[in-house]
Design a protein around this ligand. Sequence first.
Ligand SMILES: NC(=O)Nc1ccc2c(c1)=C(Cc1cc(-c3cccc(C(=O)NCCN4CCCCC4)c3)c[nH]1)C(=O)N=2
Length: 302
Amino acid sequence: AGKRSSKDFIFGRVIGEGSFSTVYLAKDIHTSKELAIKVCDKRHVIREKKAEYIKREKEVLNMLSVNFKATAPFFVKLYCTFQDPDRLYFTLTYAKNGELLPYITRVGCFDIDCTRFYSAEILQALEHMHSLGIIHRDLKPENILLNEEMHILITDFGSSKILNATHRGQDVENEERAVRRRNSFVGTAQYVSPELLTDKSASPASDLWALGCIIYQMVAGVTPFHAGSEYMIFQKILKLDYICPDGFSPSAKDLVDKLLVLESSNRLGACDKEGYPSIKSHPFYQGMDFETLHQQTPPVIS
Ligand SMILES: NC(=O)Nc1ccc2c(c1)=C(Cc1cc(-c3cccc(C(=O)NCCN4CCCCC4)c3)c[nH]1)C(=O)N=2
């Protein structure tokens, strides 16, 4: 098939809103397949100087589909991109059951089986992403989607970072640190790691911090750091000011306490060489078979 255009699709309702994109449910008129199409307004992207983020998202989505891993199929796919004079279009996987967030809030909090299963799928996805040098940097339940079979699909790589494999000299490091200081990017307040707030240096351990926040949220029904303003949330993060309420599973608390560590290199898994064996071997995941998660029937969220 030649280059696609918006004429190849029937656009339906809005199923997602980003700061400079809108996601529509759409149907491919040739195959009747349902898709999600992320549409970016070119003028808005240019005015907000976000072209770099758009390019990065496309690069990361292509890396993830070229390096597909059967035991970690936990990412939206990018099928094709096209543009017209005013907009950019990304055709992506449609996740029929939408975002993970409403499932957590609707039932108040997850039981231990659901928390173990869904945090294990997120960990499996992080292991694969990080093995490719990709850091998500804005991991949160709104960016974790659920397909028809209720398995996760991670999305929104607009804030991600790709670590380059080549060795960098100190001068490059200094220059990059200067760029970071100018770089205003931080993720979503409740899930942002301390290092992103202080010296803007993101590492794969920044996603492990977000995983800790998400596990806490699944067990407690609320995020560990919450306050009336982003500024107050940041203060709580930098002081590690959170508590696990009574009744919080002791093994989940032990795991959360080992991920929500201010010094990124001291987080559980941060020093693992390949993947995250020290997180996978934590008692909270006792008996979990990470390699076959995608073939397991997810526990019913109730
Ligand atoms: N920033 C981004 O990249 N955003 C993206 C990218 C790709 C993508 C994306 C967002 C998607 C978002 C999405 C949203 C939804 C959705 C929106 C609103 C309602 C529902 C819905 O009702 N689903 C049925 C399950 N509900 C869930 C909530 C409790 C009641 C039952 C789904 C389905 N898929 C998607 O399917 N594919």
